[in-house]
Design a protein. Structure first.
Length: 152
């Protein structure tokens, strides 16, 4: 089983988008039992808050629900819990490292690295562009599945 956690600043926009996009993809492929997928925040400011309405609206276009998800903070112990700690941007990587201490097993990466790209996924909290964020998240999730040996 692959244990994956997606990480962004507040866990209300990008990381829950990636969590629920990947959950939807593996469900449609009939491989849900091979995955444990969650998301976390590096900050505390949104803890307990629901997924941002822009993410909810964008995912609903594809029949993807985020009902029941609230923001949760990443903890040092999560490093042992997950096989992949996948961040949305460089600042998230830096803050994840501050929380976990070290990455001896090289579990920490950026989502777009799975799509062969080095860039960051823009935060729609600031850009307002949930379409662009969704497109980037989808590319990254597809690349992750390819890396793990699955195809659509």
């Amino acid at each position: 089983m692959y244990r994956i956690v997606f990480i962004c600043h507040g866990n209300i926009c990008r990381s829950p988008m990636a969590e629920f996009v990947l959950k939807d993809m593996v469900k449609k492929l009939g491989i849900s039992e091979d995955f444990f997928i969650e998301s976390r925040a590096t900050s505390t400011e949104e803890i307990g808050n629901p997924v941002h309405r822009g993410t909810v609206r964008k995912l609903s276009e594809f029949g993807i629900s985020t009902i029941g998800k609230t923001a949760v903070q990443l903890r040092k112990a999560d490093y042992e819990k997950y096989d992949f700690l996948i961040c949305m941007d460089t600042a998230n990587v830096r803050n994840t490292m501050r929380i976990i201490g070290s990455d001896k097993e090289e579990k920490v990466s950026k989502l777009l690295s799975f799509a062969g790209e080095g860039g960051d996924i823009a935060d729609p909290w600031y850009t307002g562009n949930f379409d662009e964020t969704y497109d980037d998240v989808l590319r990254g999730c597809k690349g992750l599945l390819r890396k793990l040996g699955y195809s659509e």
